[in-house]
Design a protein around this ligand. Structure first.
Ligand code: ADP
Length: 560
């Protein structure tokens, strides 16, 4: 420690609360140390709280904390008159310098790739600290205290002037190379820009930070070094911009804006510090930087808001169009319903009279008229069925389908339907078999007419789409789940996956459907499924592929 007389000669004053003393020759030092440190720690904590799991936010908090501690230690160096404390603090700061660089490297790695450096890279980084552990406490760190003047400065040894500064340059180059490589490899343009902005900000910060220190070390002019401290806010502004523009940390837009305004006001206040001339130059430069970046920041927020407003107004229009469409759809259903009702009765009488004529109820009919009459009857029946389908669709869609639930035996019903359809199957050269595998009696509570319609539809489809072979109808149940199943298994044309996925939709017919059966509306399965669902059941379809047959299963709850 220096004899008290020397201190007296130099007229150093005692520091109060570590940081406040007459030794600091201008308020500017407080600004340059406290404001960036404060802004840094606030922003990095804010980002960390917003995205704890984000590795980049973690690395940034580490860097921010190191920078803040560094700034406070440096401020202490300015304020203190205690030679021993100055020497201790100064020599300890070498670790923090390295922390800051390594922190920025981790940040860039995490930001760009979402990962920290690899184990090997971490080993290299760790190795960088070894000389500090070995020689940090020796005179290689600080060789002594400069007593040639009253500036209270330590004399930096090779650990500072050679080792740490070269390492800093090497680390900066490492970051630059990594960022450049990743930018080059990145395909997305927006992401590229993001990486460029973030790494430019980081490197700018490191450059300003070291530039001031290195200059100070070699020229012993520590005043210029103050510029360096404003590097951190510069990086922060870059980060804020990226946060908002790319929602990198998913932080709120307004938070970034508030952050920027706060930093701007703080920096503006430097203008009112009159103690040193270059404070103005520094403040103006920094203000300029802030203004440009702030402008970009606010502009991107505005663009985003405008976009959102546009989307909102589109959503309103869409909503209106949707309502109108629903109205139209309803009107269409009503129209179909009315038109179909009008058509149904004349068609039924056409079919009926054609049948009566053919059977000779109105006298003998010449032989060659029989076939045309049969065609008239068939077509009229097909049209009646189609109209029935349309009517069902319009009833389902308008919610007017009525269900009259009664208890009946589904197994017996299915057997009757099979018996009814068997002659038709035989005419087509098909075998229609009925089997059961039941534990319970097979009573369901459902709408009998609708269930008959569904079964007719499924079994008739099996007939329609099976050129030759067998149709197996199996009724089975699962008493535990209280369900009853009717499987209709055919050896027909089968279905590919695409067809399987679409057949239950309105007007959907399989690609192959037309080759086997030209007649068809593509409404039968849609109606059947809706009805089954309304009665607490469902219909599923399965096929191993085209030409491999199909299996349709009607499933209904058992009434127990
Ligand atoms: P439609 O039979 O009037 O075309 P559906 O709604 O009853 O209408 O059937 C839709 C489509 O499902 C049919 O066009 C056909 O491609 C397919 N499909 C239905 N049942 C079978 C089956 N048993 N075998 C193969 N394909 C079938």
């Amino acid at each position: 420690m220096l004899p008290a007389t020397d201190i007296a000669v130099c007229e150093w004053s005692e520091a109060k609360y570590l940081f406040f003393s007459e030794n600091i020759w201008g308020d500017f030092i407080y600004y340059s140390h406290l404001l960036p440190a404060l802004a840094t720690i606030l922003v990095t904590i804010f980002l960390f709280v917003n995205a704890r799991q984000n590795k980049a936010a973690q690395a940034l908090l580490f860097t921010g904390a190191s920078f803040t501690i560094w700034s406070l230690m440096d401020l202490f160096l300015w304020a203190s008159e205690r030679v021993d404390l100055i020497m201790f603090t100064w020599s300890a700061m070498i670790y923090l310098e390295l922390f800051i660089y390594v922190g920025v490297l981790y940040f860039i790695y995490a930001y760009v790739s979402g990962k920290f450096p690899s184990f090997k890279e971490e080993l290299i980084l760790f190795a960088l600290f070894i000389p500090l552990f070995l020689f940090g406490h020796t005179s290689l760190n600080l060789t002594g205290f400069d007593l040639t003047n009253c500036w209270r400065e330590a004399i930096e040894g090779p650990l500072w002037q050679t080792y740490i500064y070269s390492i800093e340059i090497a680390l900066a180059l490492w970051i630059l190379a990594y960022a450049a490589l990743r930018t080059f490899r990145e395909k997305g343009l927006a992401r590229r820009r993001e990486i460029v902005i973030i790494s430019t900000g980081a490197l700018l910060f490191l450059f300003l930070f070291s530039f001031g220190n290195i200059l100070g070390s070699f020229e012993s002019d520590w005043e210029v070094g103050q510029i360096g401290l404003f590097g951190m806010p510069v990086l922060l502004v870059f980060i804020s911009y990226v946060v908002v523009h790319y929602e990198a940390f998913r932080a709120k837009v307004f938070a970034a804006e508030a952050l920027f305004s706060a930093a701007f006001l703080l920096l503006l206040s430097i203008l009112f510090v009159r103690t040193i001339d270059n404070a103005h130059i520094i403040a103006i430069t920094t203000l300029f930087l802030f203004s440009v970046l702030g402008f970009l920041l606010v502009r991107s927020i505005k663009a985003e808001i405008a976009q959102r407003e546009q989307i909102e107004s589109l959503a309103v229009k869409l909503e209106r169009a949707n309502t109108r469409l629903k109205q139209l759809d309803k009107q269409k259903s009503e129209f179909v319903s009315i038109a179909s009702h009008q058509l149904r009765s004349p068609l039924t009488s056409i079919a009926g009279y054609a049948s009566l004529l053919r059977e000779g109820t109105y006298g003998n009919i010449p032989q060659k008229m029989l076939e045309p009459l049969e065609r008239i009857e068939q077509s009229a029946r097909f049209m009646t069925e189609s109209i029935e389908d349309y009517l069902n669709v319009s009833r389902i869609e308008s919610g007017n389908m009525k269900y009259h639930l009664t208890d009946f035996n589904l197994r017996d019903e299915t057997e009757h339907i099979c018996d009814d359809i068997r002659p038709e199957a035989l005419r087509k050269g098909l075998v229609l078999l009925f089997r059961t595998n039941m534990k319970a009696t097979g009573v369901v509570n459902a709408d009998l007419g609708k269930v008959q319609q569904i079964l007719h539809n499924l079994i008739n489809n099996a007939l329609k789409y099976t050129p030759k072979g067998t149709i197996n109808v199996v009724v089975r149940d699962d008493t535990k789940r209280k369900r009853i199943y009717v499987d209709i298994v055919d050896t027909g044309i089968g279905m590919n996956d695409d067809t399987l996925h679409s057949i239950f939709q309105k007007f959907e017919r399989g690609d192959k459907a037309n080759t086997v059966n030209v007649k068809g509306t593509g409404l039968g399965l849609y109606v059947a499924l809706k009805m089954a669902e309304a009665m607490g059941g469902t219909i599923t379809a399965h096929s191993d592929g085209e030409g491999k047959g199909s299996r349709f299963t009607l499933e209904l709850p058992l009434a127990l």
